[in-house]
Design a protein around this ligand. Sequence first.
Ligand SMILES: [Zn+2]
Length: 80
Amino acid sequence: MTANTPDDARLLAACLLGPEGPELSCEECFDVLDAYVERELAAADPDAALPAMRAHLAGCSACREDHDSLLALLRNGFGA
Ligand SMILES: [Zn+2]
């Protein structure tokens, strides 16, 4: 994966800034992704605990893919 093309730079900048403003960066999103997915699996209302996550995931396909694969991984009994 090359990171030096203008397209990649634009995507990265758009992701870091976020479509809705700087509420949650991808780094912050990644930091709380585990906790968010664990709450989802426990039906513990993750959006109440981490309200910025849903907006970020809705606008950031990179983090949404990370979220989806982590959710699938944990749902399939990873570590069980
Ligand atoms: Zn993101």
